[in-house]
Write a protein that binds this ligand. Structure first.
Ligand code: TYM
Length: 370
């Protein structure tokens, strides 16, 4: 690996980890060789959210809640990104996209992501995401992209589909691989994309020599797929047409109360967790359990013999309590200059690692660097 000597400030032989200093940032560059990886126990978490709609409690429970928990893990580093370049794979209003990009970062902080514990930044501020995206496009196959179910869903029925929507999973692979990520906290819908990332990375390593760390998805047992309230066999989505399908993180109780009370269940009126036969009530139990931090078994026991209406009414209270805390903190982080300072520092720190990885890939592929 080529390292700029001026910026290398230390090496810890036992871990074969190199420290690089750039401006104010001292950043750990952890990947050197397979050998170093064997002794390096550091975990690195990377994940991202698209600024493509109002974030929902699905995004919170499936992903952001994990971000907050993982940032405190010992011997681990966390990188959380607002993936604005992914959002432009579908039409966006430019002003609205800019507004939402900051809003997502503000939501991260409001949910408890601590910029002292985790690196928070905007994808397009680190140019290597696009750069590695291209390099990996030249190491990926049409056939494997054709199999992506999310592309099929999003492209279905559309006359003109842009190429970015098709190659999107490669940009996602670049996001993850740039940071020598070991674990990717996501909801269940991203599993296929992470499997593709692993395939691309493994194939690249076999062809060009050891270059990438192979990441693993980190998907929770519960809450990995929060379902739409009005159609509980479909995933809750920030971009679905139906407003009744989702609860936005920044929504007030007067708006989401009706949605919970009208949530589609079944006619049995008996509270049990059975995702196949009772998807609606199972979804409400999952949301309740995750917000109230109480097990599903305990909820089923507590609500035994009671009607769905009681459960729904109590769920409104639980969601109100948790979301109002997040919303209060969201309002406290409304200083744009302060937020931008956090995002700039995050991008600067992320860039140091991203540049090293990109150079490693260019060297492996035979691109001349002088
Ligand atoms: P996005 O923006 O659609 O969703 C952000 C995160 O929220 C999770 N999620 C859910 N979890 C549970 N239940 C739901 N109903 C639900 N809806 C969404 C998603 O699984 C995701 O973790 N391609 C990604 C963004 C991305 C990314 C990355 C993620 C780009 N690069 C690199 C991880 C690593 C996406 O569109 O997520």
């Amino acid at each position: 690996m080529v390292l700029n000597q001026d910026t290398t400030i230390g090496r810890k032989p036992s871990h074969a980890i190199i420290y690089v200093k750039k401006n104010e940032n001292k950043v750990r560059i952890r990947f050197i060789s397979v050998k170093s990886r064997e002794v390096d126990t550091l975990k690195r978490f990377f994940s991202g959210v698209q600024p493509s709609g109002n974030l929902t409690i699905g995004n919170y429970l499936g992903a952001i809640k994990q971000f907050v928990e993982l940032q405190h893990e010992p011997d681990a580093e966390a990188f959380y990104c607002v993936v604005d370049m992914h959002a432009i794979t579908v039409a966006q209003d430019p002003e609205e996209l800019r507004r939402r990009t900051r809003e997502i970062a503000q939501i991260y902080l409001a949910c408890g992501v601590d910029p002292k514990q985790a690196t928070v930044f905007i994808q397009s501020h680190v140019k290597e995401h696009a750069e590695l995206g291209w390099l990996l496009q030249c190491a990926s196959y049409m056939g494997e992209l054709n199999r992506m179910t999310q592309f099929k869903d999003k492209a279905e029925g559309k006359a003109n589909v842009n190429v970015g929507l098709f190659t999107y999973p490669i940009l996602m692979a670049a996001d993850i691989l740039l940071y020598d990520t070991t674990h990717v906290p996501v909801g269940n819908d991203q599993k296929q994309h992470i499997e593709l990332t692993r395939d691309i990375a493994e194939r690249f390593n076999n062809k060009y020599g050891d270059t990438f760390v192979i990441p693993e998805p980190k998907i929770q047992e519960f809450g990995a797929r929060i379902m739409a309230l009005d159609e509980p066999t479909k995933k809750m989505s920030k971009s679905a047409e139906s407003e009744a399908s989702r609860i936005a993180i920044l929504e007030t109780p007067d708006v989401f109360k009706k949605k919970i009370m009208r949530a589609v269940t079944d006619t049995e009126n008996s509270i049990a967790f059975d995702e196949t036969n009772k998807p609606g009530i199972s979804n409400l139990l999952t949301i309740y359990s995750m917000f109230a931090d109480e097990s599903i078994e305990s909820l089923v026991e507590r609500y035994h013999g009671q009607g769905y209406g009681t459960l729904k009414k109590d769920l409104v209270e639980v969601v109100t309590e948790q979301l109002s805390k997040i919303q209060q903190r969201f309002n406290e982080y409304n200083d744009v200059a302060e937020l931008d300072k956090i995002l700039r520092a995050g991008a600067e720190k992320a860039s140091v690692i991203a540049e090293q990885t990109c150079n490693r890939v260019k060297d492996a592929m035979g691109l001349l660097r002088i």
